[in-house]
Design a protein around this ligand. Structure first.
Ligand code: AMP
Length: 586
């Protein structure tokens, strides 16, 4: 395919901001390209020559591009630089100077998509002496054959500055429209954004199939190729490959243990929720190990220690496992919160030193692929069984996540305490019979982070609400108590109350109780006699200069009124301090 065809598509895409129109432009184009061209074209459409998870980098500085432009056009570097200052965009500069130049030359060869793609890829592979000159040559070779508009897009692609504004959703839909348009009864007007899809149900089925293919390959080209040549079956048969990251399964959140059970069913798998960062570890058939973050960035080089654990402690010729890497203090052995190791993720130098200073333990919780077999459709419990066979656990290197199979709330409470005391964030509930759904937040696993050590706090003030809450006191100042009976504020709470009385403890009810206690009012703020005690849940206690206690609650949640308690029985400040110290994981 000629590169000029792709450029036409870029130009059309740039003319509109409407998503549906962009989708239809791409879908029309996809119908035209052959299976062999798909990979190049789809990547270039996204403005890249490597898939997003590929760590290879074209790495061309603006200065090198100036040299290439000069070499290709014979125009002096100074002149080009001046033009650059005027335009502020090297892509535009390329278009302008190639236009001037082309008027004086007679003919130019036609550029193919393949040639453009290959030359740009080579840029990333050059190393060693004379590299800059070789890079300049490769770029200049393209630019001498390029028409003005072509040169603009070549330059933008090389510099990583292509912005065609087509997101994942539009790409996916373009594939569905292109290859299954007749099946879903699609009607769209080319020039507008008036798209009608007659059969929404079938549409959802095809869209899901394309999305699933993308989720396990992270390349639309593979999904498009399969859809074009082998239809729905082709999409369903796309296999994941060790070495190519797949989208991670995500979790929903629950606030109570009951909700946890309700979402995933009984009995449930319950695991510690570690406070680190996700690592999807791959070993391919050749023994190469790669590590990816939750956002599928390749972090293999930053974690040589983890690479070794994976190499030495996981059995299998090839596999993909899902895990959480957690930092710990080398002296005390205690887990550290995520922030303490986050600096390792982007680190480019002194890797060995920082690995020694900030060690991590890998907590493995799933296996998605093993020895050539895709496991995403297996039940979670059988994946977990396999995990137990293939991981050779070594503390402070690599272990399997702590696990409990139960239907009993009391067991979960004890397990939560154990998790919390060991410095973890909470628990994960997982459905025993669920598949692994890449990229999805479908409730096969849910997180439960609320602490159980609730506080009983006295309401010392309140604020009148706004809008439909204006009749109610809707935000409450809450306080603990010191040895001398002084109330020390620890934050404000409003979450947890209901708008309607019959749904549970409501703003109305609390307002009724507080109104007679009002001592003074200033603007919307009311001071109340410290009488009413409420039980408050939260995610974390933080130090805070804002409140007289010196602490603040993160995400406070009102649970109930403690009618049985008087203000003098509110939680003492010493208790708050103790909880604060206990949650510190160092
Ligand atoms: P959040 O980041 O709050 O949405 O919580 C979900 C994250 O918890 C996952 O993406 C993992 O990084 C992490 N996590 C920690 N422990 C586990 C576990 N046992 N199972 C699954 N995910 C876990």
């Amino acid at each position: 395919m000629e590169y000029s065809k792709l450029v036409e598509v870029y130009e059309q895409l740039n003319k509109t901001t409407k998503r549906l129109e962009k989708t239809s432009i791409i879908s029309e184009f996809l119908k035209e390209i052959s299976a062999d061209e798909t990979e190049h074209v789809m990547l270039l459409l996204e403005g890249r020559v490597f898939p997003s998870y590929d760590a290879r980098d074209i790495g061309i500085a603006a200065r090198t591009m100036l040299k290439a432009l000069s070499a290709a056009t014979g125009i002096s570097g100074d002149k080009i630089e001046n033009e650059w200052k005027r335009q502020g965009d090297l892509g535009l500069v390329a278009e302008i100077i190639v236009k001037t130049k082309k008027q004086s030359t007679l003919h130019s060869a036609k550029l193919s998509v393949k040639k453009v793609f290959e030359n740009i890829r080579k840029l990333a592979e050059l190393e060693g002496e004379g590299t800059v000159e070789r890079k300049v040559q490769l770029i200049a070779e393209l630019l001498t054959s390029a028409k003005p508009a072509e040169s603009k897009y070549i330059v933008k692609t090389i510099l990583g500055e292509m912005r065609i504004g087509v997101g994942e959703g539009a790409m996916r839909d373009a594939i569905v429209w292109a290859f299954f348009g007749d099946k879903i009864g699609i009607k769209y007007v080319k020039e507008g954004n008036d798209v009608q899809i007659e059969d929404r149900e079938t549409y959802a089925k095809y869209a899901d199939a394309v999305q699933s293919a993308y989720d396990v390959t992270n390349e639309f080209a593979l999904a498009a190729k399969a859809a074009k040549s082998r239809g729905l079956d082709g999409l369903g048969n796309i296999e994941m490959k060790a070495g190519i990251p797949i989208k991670v399964m995500l979790s929903l959140k629950v606030d109570t243990i009951e909700d946890g059970f309700e979402t995933v069913g009984k009995p449930a798998a319950v695991e510690f929720k570690y406070d680190g960062f996700r690592i999807q570890a791959h070993k391919d058939e050749k023994g190469n190990i790669k590590l990816f973050t939750r956002r599928l960035e390749n972090v293999t080089n930053q974690f040589p220690d983890v690479v070794e654990f994976i190499r030495n402690n996981v059995r299998g010729k090839s596999f993909i496992i899902d895990s959480e890497a957690v930092g710990y203090d080398r002296k005390t052995g205690k887990y550290l919160p995520f922030q303490s190791i986050s600096q390792r993720i982007k680190r480019k130098y002194d890797i060995e030193k920082i690995a020694a200073d900030f060690p991590v333990e890998v907590n493995v919780f799933d296996v998605i692929y093993h020895d050539g077999k895709t496991l995403i459709n297996e039940e979670f419990q059988s994946r977990r069984k396999l995990l137990e066979k293939i991981i050779r656990q070594e503390r402070k290197k690599i272990v399997i996540s702590k696990f409990l199979k139960t239907s009993d709330k009391k067991h979960v409470e004890d397990f939560f305490k154990e998790a919390f005391e060991a410095g973890n964030e909470g628990l994960m509930f997982k459905a025993l019979n669920a598949p692994y759904k890449p990229g999805a937040r479908v409730g096969h696993m849910v997180k439960f982070k609320t602490m159980m050590e609730t506080l009983d706090l006295v309401i010392t003030g309140a604020e009148w609400g706004e809008g439909k809450r204006s009749k109610w006191l809707s935000s409450y100042q809450i306080a603990c108590i010191d040895e001398d009976g002084n109330f020390l504020e620890i934050g404000r709470a409003s979450t947890g109350l209901k708008e309607k009385e019959k749904e549970g403890l409501s703003f109305m009810e609390l307002t009724k109780l507080l109104k007679p206690l009002i001592i003074s009012e200033k603007g919307k703020e009311a001071k109340v006699k410290p009488k009413l005690v409420i039980e408050v849940g939260y995610e974390e206690i933080q130090k805070s200069p804002t409140y007289t206690s010196g602490f603040a609650l993160r995400f406070p949640r009102i649970i109930k009124i403690r009618e049985d308690k008087g203000p003098d029985e509110a939680s003492p400040i010493d208790y708050v301090k103790k909880l604060y110290a206990g949650q510190k994981k160092i």
